[in-house]
Design a protein around this ligand. Structure first.
Ligand code: 3PY
Ligand code: MG
Length: 239
């Protein structure tokens, strides 16, 4: 279970990363932050319990290269909807000869606490590649997408998936859930960790875990802060 980081607060990131969750995901697709902000914040959380990951703005060689150069341990790539796009995502995360990631290992090596050469020799093995399945055509092609070597996890985006299926504003419409179940089943069959960007609430997330999801966003620093405050006020007022 992990949490989204959507603002540029190092303190919020540090607090979240030491709260017992497994990973924090800096959002560079929709969040207001730039790679420059995350590059600084990653130094605050490098010794925390949670693994820092970045969702990149797009499946783009330069976006992924700059994200990984911060020292993030993996990337979430939005809108991966074909085998070719999946192959590109993996290739952008790998130094040659396996891929086309350009090398500047000093900065990420410092975050990982190893030498630049050690980083060059281990990064291809350690970096997580997580693809977002959030288009109807991606669900239709899920077997071929997951046949690509090097994909560690699928991460369903309920909002974009429901939009692409015509169920705007109904991220867990039964037809959308049917599509999600297909992604879950094929991920399990193909040895890829099945994930989902969010659930509706704690009870719903428990059900998602029961179904087999294993890489789940439980909220963002903002929604979790708001929920914590609401719970405290409710308890004090004994509502
Ligand atoms: C989506 O739901 O489309 C996401 O990408 C995650 O919120
Ligand atoms: Mg999305």
């Amino acid at each position: 279970m992990g949490a989204w980081m959507t603002t540029g607060s190092p303190e919020a990131a540090w607090t979240l990363a030491n709260s017992g969750i497994d990973w924090i995901l800096f959002d560079l697709e929709h969040g207001p932050c730039s790679v420059e902000t995350v590059n600084t914040i990653i130094h605050y959380v490098k010794d925390a319990q949670a693994t820092p990951l970045i969702r990149v703005v797009w499946n783009d060689v330069n976006a992924i290269k700059r994200a990984l150069d911060t020292g993030a341990y993996g990337v979430v790539v939005p809108w991966v909807s074909s085998k070719e796009e999946a192959m590109n995502a993996v290739s952008y995360c790998r130094y040659p000869p396996e891929g086309i990631r350009g090398a500047a290992p000093a900065r990420p090596a410092e975050v990982w606490g190893i030498t630049p050469n050690e980083y060059l020799l281990t990064a291809n093995r350690e970096i997580m590649v997580i693809v977002q399945i959030e288009r109807e055509e991606a669900v239709e092609r899920i077997e071929e997408i997951l046949s690509v070597d090097g994909i560690d996890a699928t991460f369903i985006g309920p909002t974009d998936l429901s939009n692409s299926m015509g169920f705007v504003g109904e991220p867990f419409h039964p037809k959308v859930v049917e599509a999600m179940d297909k992604v879950l089943d094929v991920s399990k069959e193909m040895g890829v960790t099945p994930g989902i960007a969010y659930g509706l609430n704690s009870q719903h997330i428990r059900e998602l875990i029961k179904k087999g999801f294993r890489f789940i966003g439980v909220g963002s620093e903002l929604t979790l802060l708001q929920k914590g405050c609401q719970d405290v006020l409710k308890a004090i007022r004994q509502e």
